[in-house]
Design a protein around this ligand. Structure first.
Ligand SMILES: Cc1cc2nc3c(=O)[nH]c(=O)nc-3n(C[C@H](O)[C@H](O)[C@H](O)COP(=O)(O)O)c2cc1C
Length: 439
């Protein structure tokens, strides 16, 4: 996720190098440091923020079969430091701190004051950032790398993601994830959770909708745990209610699929991302690989609200709701594949002691058997952050009410667009008025 933001130029036009985020966020903190912090900037005023909601979202990240006891019992100590007053955002940066409940145990080892660590970690763990990080930054202690490379950092992202989810919910979007494969056990591809099924997914120890597959996955985790080994898997993220028009075809770094891929790929240990049925359709013929477009005439509703069943639709959802880097209004589908965790409870992976250059096995930092269910919650977070960013870019306003108005106006203006009327080639209409005003 790029963090190089230039903002708007003085003329009101996008600055020439305008790329990246309009909803910015920056995390800081080490795994065993005093606290993690995240600053989120660009949220509209008037967004409801509940500390309990934030705590619940962080708790979801800690759960999942195959995780260690620390994850199950440790509560995140969350404080909202700024940007929220009486439960609502006020347009200023929102800063959140997640304290480390084990800080007293780590205070000496992680102290920012001058001094020396008690013990240097000199046997870098294969499959982690340890060795490449030590070489890159000139460290002789792997802890200088692993403390920040650790997936503990995703707790800060999940906190930002809670805010993003609240924002997109106000625009009618919900992001749901579920585990579709774990340790080689694959769930029925036809079972996809809807937003109302999220509690059901979270109640599953492996966050899987398919109960047969769930049992096989749990057995696989038990078997791997017995041998001190680890497992990977695949998570599917579904975006419901994503309106047409997020992302753009005009630049490589504005394509929605590219932004989602980067967001998901940035999660520790995620090594592959798929949008829609990308890998399956690569072997199909073009005639079987795309989604046909149909027009359903809108039905006037008694309340005067927009009829969501009318308009342009796709008959299938192979593209995952994105064409040409733009959301189509169909279900958004993305998958993230996680490698088996690199730290093993029975370490066997060979490495070299960088102090002596002698062969050894890597040291063991606390580790899980699998973190695929938890990764799903982080994957939801990343997709929600991308959607919130793109929705802010398209519908952005200083207040939530303004953003909702902007989105409503855009959706209402779609009407039969594109049509001969809306493109201005066939007669007068709202779009012709806009052309007159701006010319
Ligand atoms: C939620 C979550 C929990 C993780 N827990 C562990 C763990 O317990 N043990 C481990 O070896 N790696 C764990 N990882 C993965 C490591 O952080 C990751 O493998 C490491 O940073 C190197 O991966 P990379 O090559 O993808 O950067 C976890 C990842 C996530 C997303």
């Amino acid at each position: 996720m790029p963090s190089f933001i230039c903002g708007w130029g003085g003329s009101g036009e996008p600055a020439a190098s305008y790329i990246g985020l309009v909803l910015r966020y920056l995390t800081a903190g080490e795994s065993h440091g005093r606290a993690l912090v995240v600053v989120v900037e660009g949220l509209p005023a008037g967004l409801t923020v509940r500390s309990e909601g934030l705590a619940e979202e962080l708790a979801r990240r800690r759960l999942g079969y195959g995780r260690g006891p620390r994850m199950r019992f440790e509560a995140d100590e969350v404080s909202i430091l700024s940007g929220v007053r009486h439960g609502r955002t006020i347009g200023s940066p929102v800063a959140i701190e997640i304290g480390n409940t084990e800080w007293p145990k780590w205070e000496e080892e992680m102290s920012p004051s001058p001094g020396q660590p008690k013990r240097r970690l000199t046997a870098p763990r294969p499959g982690h950032a340890d060795l490449a990080g030590m070489q890159k930054y000139g460290f002789d202690d792997a802890r200088d790398v692993l403390e920040r490379a650790s997936a503990r950092e995703t707790a800060a992202r999940v906190a930002a993601g809670y805010l993003a989810k609240e924002l997109i919910a106000c625009l009618g979007m919900v992001v749901v994830s579920h585990v579709v494969a774990l340790g080689g056990e694959v769930a029925d591809a036809g079972l996809r959770p809807r937003p109302e099924d999220l509690d059901l997914v979270d109640a599953s120890p492996v966050r899987c909708m398919d109960s047969d597959a769930e049992a096989r996955m749990i057995a696989a985790v038990k078997a791997a745990a017995k041998e001190g080994d680890s497992l990977g898997g695949v998570v599917e993220v579904l975006g419901y209610g994503v309106p047409v028009g997020l992302g753009s075809h005009v630049h490589w770094d504005r394509r929605l699929d590219a932004l989602i891929a980067q967001g998901l790929m940035s999660i520790q240990a995620v090594k592959g991302v798929e949008i829609g049925d990308a890998f399956e359709i690569s072997g199909a013929r073009g005639s079987q690989a795309h989604d046909a477009i149909v027009w359903v005439p809108p039905v006037p509703t008694s309340s005067g609200s927009r009829d969501v069943t009318g308009g342009y639709h796709r008959t299938t959802d192979r593209a995952g709701g994105i064409e040409g880097g733009i959301s189509t209004g169909s279900l958004l589908v993305a998958r993230a594949s996680m490698k088996p965790l690199a730290t093993l409870n029975r370490p066997v992976l060979g490495t070299v002691d960088v102090a002596t250059k002698e062969p050894t096995v890597s040291f063991k930092e606390r580790t899980d058997v699998t973190a695929v269910p938890a990764m799903g919650v982080v994957a939801e977070t990343m997709v929600a952050l991308v959607l919130a960013n793109e929705a802010t870019r398209k519908f952005g306003g200083d207040s939530l009410a303004e953003m909702v108005r902007n989105q409503d106006a855009f959706l209402a203006s779609l009407g039969e667009t594109p049509s001969s009327v809306a493109t201005g080639s066939g007669g007068a209409g709202a779009s012709a008025d806009v052309t007159n005003r701006t010319s």
